[in-house]
Design a protein around this ligand. Structure first.
Ligand code: F6P
Length: 343
Protein backbone atom coordinates (compact mmCIF):
# COMPACT_ATOMS: atom_id res chain seq x y z
CA UNK A 1 0.00 0.00 0.00
CA UNK A 2 1.17 3.47 -0.82
CA UNK A 3 -0.25 6.78 0.39
CA UNK A 4 0.52 10.39 -0.49
CA UNK A 5 0.84 13.63 1.42
CA UNK A 6 0.88 17.23 0.20
CA UNK A 7 1.11 20.62 1.88
CA UNK A 8 -0.89 23.36 0.13
CA UNK A 9 -1.54 27.09 0.54
CA UNK A 10 0.60 29.44 2.64
CA UNK A 11 3.39 27.77 4.60
CA UNK A 12 3.24 27.82 8.38
CA UNK A 13 5.25 26.44 11.31
CA UNK A 14 4.38 22.82 12.07
CA UNK A 15 4.02 21.46 8.53
CA UNK A 16 7.21 19.42 8.83
CA UNK A 17 6.10 18.03 12.19
CA UNK A 18 2.88 16.76 10.55
CA UNK A 19 4.79 15.21 7.61
CA UNK A 20 7.19 13.50 10.01
CA UNK A 21 4.32 12.07 12.09
CA UNK A 22 2.65 10.56 9.01
CA UNK A 23 5.90 9.08 7.70
CA UNK A 24 6.89 7.62 11.06
CA UNK A 25 3.54 5.95 11.68
CA UNK A 26 3.34 4.59 8.13
CA UNK A 27 6.91 3.31 8.30
CA UNK A 28 6.04 1.27 11.39
CA UNK A 29 3.38 -0.49 9.25
CA UNK A 30 5.69 -0.91 6.25
CA UNK A 31 3.60 1.48 4.16
CA UNK A 32 5.24 3.86 1.65
CA UNK A 33 4.54 7.57 1.80
CA UNK A 34 4.92 9.62 -1.35
CA UNK A 35 5.50 13.33 -0.84
CA UNK A 36 3.69 15.37 -3.50
CA UNK A 37 5.72 18.48 -4.21
CA UNK A 38 4.37 22.05 -4.16
CA UNK A 39 0.83 21.34 -3.06
CA UNK A 40 -1.85 20.43 -5.59
CA UNK A 41 0.49 21.51 -8.36
CA UNK A 42 2.65 18.46 -7.70
CA UNK A 43 -0.28 16.12 -8.27
CA UNK A 44 -1.06 17.96 -11.49
CA UNK A 45 2.58 17.92 -12.65
CA UNK A 46 3.35 14.50 -11.18
CA UNK A 47 6.22 15.75 -9.05
CA UNK A 48 6.83 13.49 -6.09
CA UNK A 49 9.48 12.05 -3.81
CA UNK A 50 9.50 8.97 -1.61
CA UNK A 51 9.53 10.03 2.04
CA UNK A 52 11.69 7.59 3.89
CA UNK A 53 12.26 7.58 7.62
CA UNK A 54 15.73 9.08 6.98
CA UNK A 55 14.27 11.93 4.94
CA UNK A 56 12.26 13.18 7.94
CA UNK A 57 15.11 13.06 10.46
CA UNK A 58 15.69 16.48 12.02
CA UNK A 59 12.72 18.26 10.42
CA UNK A 60 10.52 18.55 13.54
CA UNK A 61 11.83 21.99 14.61
CA UNK A 62 12.08 23.38 11.07
CA UNK A 63 9.65 26.03 9.76
CA UNK A 64 8.24 25.90 6.22
CA UNK A 65 7.68 22.59 4.46
CA UNK A 66 10.21 20.18 3.02
CA UNK A 67 7.67 19.38 0.29
CA UNK A 68 7.25 22.94 -0.92
CA UNK A 69 3.82 24.49 -1.38
CA UNK A 70 1.83 26.66 -3.77
CA UNK A 71 -1.51 28.42 -3.92
CA UNK A 72 -2.52 26.37 -6.98
CA UNK A 73 -5.97 24.87 -6.43
CA UNK A 74 -7.30 22.22 -8.82
CA UNK A 75 -10.00 23.74 -10.95
CA UNK A 76 -13.18 21.93 -11.81
CA UNK A 77 -12.49 21.73 -15.52
CA UNK A 78 -12.30 18.32 -17.17
CA UNK A 79 -8.71 18.74 -18.32
CA UNK A 80 -7.41 19.42 -14.79
CA UNK A 81 -9.47 16.64 -13.19
CA UNK A 82 -8.41 14.21 -15.91
CA UNK A 83 -4.77 14.90 -15.21
CA UNK A 84 -5.18 14.52 -11.46
CA UNK A 85 -6.94 11.18 -11.93
CA UNK A 86 -4.36 9.96 -14.41
CA UNK A 87 -1.44 10.84 -12.10
CA UNK A 88 -3.24 9.36 -9.09
CA UNK A 89 -3.46 6.05 -10.94
CA UNK A 90 0.13 6.17 -12.20
CA UNK A 91 1.32 6.81 -8.65
CA UNK A 92 -0.90 3.97 -7.37
CA UNK A 93 -2.14 6.01 -4.43
CA UNK A 94 -4.45 4.28 -1.95
CA UNK A 95 -5.19 7.64 -0.32
CA UNK A 96 -3.91 11.18 0.07
CA UNK A 97 -3.43 13.39 3.12
CA UNK A 98 -3.97 17.06 2.32
CA UNK A 99 -2.45 19.52 4.79
CA UNK A 100 -4.04 22.86 4.04
CA UNK A 101 -6.05 25.90 5.04
CA UNK A 102 -9.61 26.76 4.08
CA UNK A 103 -8.91 27.02 0.33
CA UNK A 104 -6.96 23.78 -0.05
CA UNK A 105 -9.35 21.86 2.20
CA UNK A 106 -12.31 23.13 0.12
CA UNK A 107 -10.60 21.68 -2.95
CA UNK A 108 -10.13 18.41 -1.02
CA UNK A 109 -13.81 18.35 -0.08
CA UNK A 110 -14.85 18.86 -3.73
CA UNK A 111 -12.49 16.20 -5.04
CA UNK A 112 -13.78 13.71 -2.46
CA UNK A 113 -17.49 14.59 -2.64
CA UNK A 114 -17.79 15.07 -6.39
CA UNK A 115 -15.06 12.80 -7.77
CA UNK A 116 -14.42 10.19 -5.05
CA UNK A 117 -10.73 10.95 -4.53
CA UNK A 118 -9.81 9.15 -1.29
CA UNK A 119 -8.67 12.09 0.85
CA UNK A 120 -8.14 13.05 4.47
CA UNK A 121 -7.50 16.65 5.57
CA UNK A 122 -5.27 18.22 8.21
CA UNK A 123 -6.00 21.87 9.05
CA UNK A 124 -3.05 24.26 9.19
CA UNK A 125 -2.83 28.03 9.06
CA UNK A 126 -1.49 30.86 11.16
CA UNK A 127 -4.94 32.50 10.76
CA UNK A 128 -6.82 29.88 12.88
CA UNK A 129 -9.88 30.48 10.70
CA UNK A 130 -10.83 26.86 9.83
CA UNK A 131 -14.20 25.73 11.22
CA UNK A 132 -14.59 22.41 13.01
CA UNK A 133 -11.36 22.64 15.01
CA UNK A 134 -10.59 24.73 18.08
CA UNK A 135 -7.09 25.42 16.77
CA UNK A 136 -5.04 25.00 13.63
CA UNK A 137 -1.30 24.56 13.97
CA UNK A 138 0.85 27.55 13.03
CA UNK A 139 -1.41 29.92 14.95
CA UNK A 140 0.31 29.55 18.31
CA UNK A 141 3.72 30.29 16.76
CA UNK A 142 2.38 33.36 14.96
CA UNK A 143 0.84 34.66 18.19
CA UNK A 144 4.17 34.15 20.01
CA UNK A 145 5.97 36.12 17.30
CA UNK A 146 3.43 38.96 17.52
CA UNK A 147 3.67 38.98 21.33
CA UNK A 148 7.46 39.17 21.20
CA UNK A 149 7.28 41.99 18.64
CA UNK A 150 4.86 43.99 20.80
CA UNK A 151 7.11 43.50 23.83
CA UNK A 152 10.02 44.89 21.83
CA UNK A 153 8.01 47.77 20.39
CA UNK A 154 7.12 48.88 23.91
CA UNK A 155 10.76 50.04 24.37
CA UNK A 156 10.64 52.63 21.60
CA UNK A 157 7.02 53.54 22.30
CA UNK A 158 7.81 54.34 25.93
CA UNK A 159 11.15 56.04 25.32
CA UNK A 160 9.86 58.29 22.53
CA UNK A 161 6.30 58.76 23.84
CA UNK A 162 4.93 57.45 20.59
CA UNK A 163 1.96 55.56 19.28
CA UNK A 164 3.07 52.30 17.69
CA UNK A 165 0.70 50.77 15.15
CA UNK A 166 1.40 47.06 14.59
CA UNK A 167 -0.20 45.48 11.52
CA UNK A 168 -0.64 41.72 11.75
CA UNK A 169 -1.88 38.99 9.41
CA UNK A 170 -4.99 36.83 9.83
CA UNK A 171 -6.78 37.26 6.52
CA UNK A 172 -10.49 37.91 7.14
CA UNK A 173 -10.43 37.10 10.86
CA UNK A 174 -8.97 38.74 13.95
CA UNK A 175 -7.59 35.71 15.80
CA UNK A 176 -3.92 36.71 15.55
CA UNK A 177 -4.65 40.36 16.34
CA UNK A 178 -6.78 39.60 19.40
CA UNK A 179 -4.58 36.86 20.87
CA UNK A 180 -1.35 38.76 20.09
CA UNK A 181 -2.88 41.98 21.42
CA UNK A 182 -4.01 40.41 24.69
CA UNK A 183 -0.69 38.64 25.24
CA UNK A 184 1.34 41.74 24.35
CA UNK A 185 -0.80 44.15 26.37
CA UNK A 186 -2.01 46.26 23.43
CA UNK A 187 -4.03 49.39 24.20
CA UNK A 188 -6.28 49.05 21.14
CA UNK A 189 -6.97 45.98 18.99
CA UNK A 190 -8.76 46.36 15.65
CA UNK A 191 -10.20 43.25 13.98
CA UNK A 192 -12.24 42.54 10.82
CA UNK A 193 -15.18 41.30 12.91
CA UNK A 194 -15.67 44.78 14.45
CA UNK A 195 -15.39 47.71 12.02
CA UNK A 196 -13.68 50.52 13.93
CA UNK A 197 -14.34 54.23 14.37
CA UNK A 198 -11.21 56.36 14.01
CA UNK A 199 -12.71 58.94 16.41
CA UNK A 200 -12.97 56.29 19.16
CA UNK A 201 -9.38 55.12 18.57
CA UNK A 202 -8.10 58.70 18.76
CA UNK A 203 -10.16 59.43 21.90
CA UNK A 204 -8.71 56.38 23.63
CA UNK A 205 -5.16 57.40 22.72
CA UNK A 206 -5.62 61.04 23.77
CA UNK A 207 -7.24 59.88 27.00
CA UNK A 208 -4.18 57.81 27.78
CA UNK A 209 -1.92 60.85 27.36
CA UNK A 210 -4.15 62.87 29.72
CA UNK A 211 -3.85 60.08 32.28
CA UNK A 212 -0.06 60.26 32.07
CA UNK A 213 0.48 57.33 29.73
CA UNK A 214 2.33 59.00 26.90
CA UNK A 215 2.72 55.96 24.67
CA UNK A 216 0.33 53.44 23.15
CA UNK A 217 0.32 50.22 21.17
CA UNK A 218 -2.39 49.72 18.54
CA UNK A 219 -2.68 46.27 16.93
CA UNK A 220 -4.53 46.26 13.63
CA UNK A 221 -5.46 43.14 11.66
CA UNK A 222 -4.70 43.34 7.93
CA UNK A 223 -8.42 43.14 7.03
CA UNK A 224 -9.75 45.49 9.74
CA UNK A 225 -12.11 48.03 8.15
CA UNK A 226 -13.19 51.51 9.21
CA UNK A 227 -16.87 51.68 10.16
CA UNK A 228 -18.99 52.84 7.18
CA UNK A 229 -20.03 55.90 9.27
CA UNK A 230 -16.43 57.05 9.50
CA UNK A 231 -14.58 56.03 6.38
CA UNK A 232 -11.24 57.82 6.09
CA UNK A 233 -9.72 55.86 3.20
CA UNK A 234 -9.98 57.08 -0.37
CA UNK A 235 -11.37 54.56 -2.85
CA UNK A 236 -7.90 54.18 -4.30
CA UNK A 237 -6.39 53.48 -0.85
CA UNK A 238 -9.12 50.95 -0.02
CA UNK A 239 -8.59 49.14 -3.33
CA UNK A 240 -4.85 48.91 -2.67
CA UNK A 241 -5.29 47.66 0.94
CA UNK A 242 -8.13 45.14 0.57
CA UNK A 243 -7.04 43.14 -2.46
CA UNK A 244 -8.31 39.61 -2.75
CA UNK A 245 -5.74 37.42 -0.95
CA UNK A 246 -3.15 40.23 -0.93
CA UNK A 247 -4.18 42.26 2.06
CA UNK A 248 -1.92 44.85 3.67
CA UNK A 249 -1.46 48.55 4.23
CA UNK A 250 -4.21 49.48 6.70
CA UNK A 251 -1.54 50.07 9.37
CA UNK A 252 0.18 52.75 7.32
CA UNK A 253 -3.08 54.56 6.51
CA UNK A 254 -4.29 54.33 10.10
CA UNK A 255 -1.02 55.64 11.55
CA UNK A 256 -1.17 58.71 9.30
CA UNK A 257 -4.72 59.46 10.45
CA UNK A 258 -3.92 58.96 14.13
CA UNK A 259 -1.01 61.40 13.88
CA UNK A 260 -3.15 63.92 12.00
CA UNK A 261 -6.07 63.72 14.44
CA UNK A 262 -4.22 63.50 17.77
CA UNK A 263 -0.92 65.24 17.05
CA UNK A 264 0.85 62.24 18.66
CA UNK A 265 3.99 60.96 16.97
CA UNK A 266 2.95 57.70 15.37
CA UNK A 267 4.98 54.93 13.74
CA UNK A 268 3.94 51.75 12.01
CA UNK A 269 5.41 48.22 11.95
CA UNK A 270 4.03 45.68 9.51
CA UNK A 271 5.05 42.25 10.78
CA UNK A 272 4.26 40.49 7.49
CA UNK A 273 5.80 37.11 6.70
CA UNK A 274 7.91 37.10 9.85
CA UNK A 275 4.72 35.78 11.49
CA UNK A 276 4.81 32.64 9.34
CA UNK A 277 8.49 31.85 9.67
CA UNK A 278 10.85 30.04 11.97
CA UNK A 279 10.61 27.16 14.35
CA UNK A 280 7.17 26.08 15.63
CA UNK A 281 6.33 26.46 19.32
CA UNK A 282 6.02 23.31 21.43
CA UNK A 283 2.21 23.63 21.21
CA UNK A 284 2.28 23.67 17.40
CA UNK A 285 4.78 20.79 17.20
CA UNK A 286 2.56 18.68 19.41
CA UNK A 287 -0.69 19.62 17.64
CA UNK A 288 0.81 18.99 14.19
CA UNK A 289 2.21 15.65 15.37
CA UNK A 290 -1.13 14.56 16.85
CA UNK A 291 -2.94 15.62 13.66
CA UNK A 292 -0.42 13.66 11.53
CA UNK A 293 -0.91 10.50 13.54
CA UNK A 294 -4.70 10.84 13.55
CA UNK A 295 -4.75 11.46 9.78
CA UNK A 296 -2.75 8.30 9.18
CA UNK A 297 -5.18 6.32 11.37
CA UNK A 298 -8.07 7.74 9.33
CA UNK A 299 -6.38 6.68 6.09
CA UNK A 300 -5.85 3.17 7.47
CA UNK A 301 -9.49 3.00 8.51
CA UNK A 302 -10.66 4.34 5.13
CA UNK A 303 -12.32 7.35 6.79
CA UNK A 304 -12.28 9.39 3.59
CA UNK A 305 -13.62 12.93 3.39
CA UNK A 306 -12.72 13.64 7.01
CA UNK A 307 -10.45 16.18 8.67
CA UNK A 308 -8.49 15.95 11.89
CA UNK A 309 -9.60 18.43 14.53
CA UNK A 310 -8.88 19.54 18.06
CA UNK A 311 -11.99 19.66 20.24
CA UNK A 312 -11.13 20.70 23.76
CA UNK A 313 -8.14 18.51 24.52
CA UNK A 314 -9.14 15.61 22.23
CA UNK A 315 -8.11 14.93 18.65
CA UNK A 316 -11.13 13.83 16.64
CA UNK A 317 -12.22 13.59 13.02
CA UNK A 318 -14.90 15.81 11.49
CA UNK A 319 -16.34 15.70 7.97
CA UNK A 320 -14.58 18.10 5.59
CA UNK A 321 -18.03 19.37 4.63
CA UNK A 322 -18.40 20.70 8.18
CA UNK A 323 -15.01 22.37 8.17
CA UNK A 324 -15.05 24.35 4.94
CA UNK A 325 -17.46 26.73 3.24
CA UNK A 326 -17.35 29.42 5.91
CA UNK A 327 -14.63 30.93 8.08
CA UNK A 328 -14.31 30.56 11.82
CA UNK A 329 -14.70 34.13 13.02
CA UNK A 330 -12.99 35.48 16.12
CA UNK A 331 -14.66 34.29 19.31
CA UNK A 332 -16.66 37.20 20.80
CA UNK A 333 -15.53 36.32 24.30
CA UNK A 334 -11.89 36.70 23.27
CA UNK A 335 -12.64 40.07 21.68
CA UNK A 336 -14.38 41.26 24.86
CA UNK A 337 -11.28 40.32 26.86
CA UNK A 338 -9.07 42.39 24.54
CA UNK A 339 -11.56 45.27 24.78
CA UNK A 340 -11.33 45.45 28.58
CA UNK A 341 -7.78 46.75 28.13
CA UNK A 342 -8.53 49.41 25.49
CA UNK A 343 -7.34 52.86 26.53
O1 F6P B 1 -3.30 32.46 5.27
C1 F6P B 1 -2.06 32.79 5.80
C2 F6P B 1 -1.64 34.16 5.34
O2 F6P B 1 -0.37 34.42 5.87
C3 F6P B 1 -2.61 35.28 5.67
O3 F6P B 1 -2.52 35.69 7.01
C4 F6P B 1 -2.20 36.32 4.66
O4 F6P B 1 -3.25 37.21 4.36
C5 F6P B 1 -1.88 35.47 3.45
O5 F6P B 1 -1.55 34.19 3.94
C6 F6P B 1 -0.73 35.96 2.61
O6 F6P B 1 -0.65 35.13 1.50
P1 F6P B 1 0.55 35.03 0.46
O7 F6P B 1 1.58 34.13 1.04
O8 F6P B 1 -0.06 34.42 -0.75
O9 F6P B 1 1.06 36.42 0.24
Amino acid sequence: MRIGILTAGGDCPGLNAAIRAVVRSADDDGIDVLGIRNGWLGLYDNETELLTRDRVVGILPRGGTILGTSRFNPSKDEQCLGRLKENWETLKLAGLIVVGGEGSLSAARDLWRDHQFQLVGIPKTIDNDVCGTDYTFGFDTAVSIVTDAIDRLHSTAESHHRVMVVEVMGRHTGWIAAHGGIAGGADVVLVPEHPFRLSRVCDLLSQRVKQGRAFSIVVVAEDAHPHPDEVFLTEEQANAIYRHNRLGGIGEALAAEIERCTGLQTRVTKLGYVQRGGSPTAFDRILATRFGIKAYEMVKAGEWGGMTALRGTRIVSVPLTEAVGSLKRLDEEVYRVAEVFFG
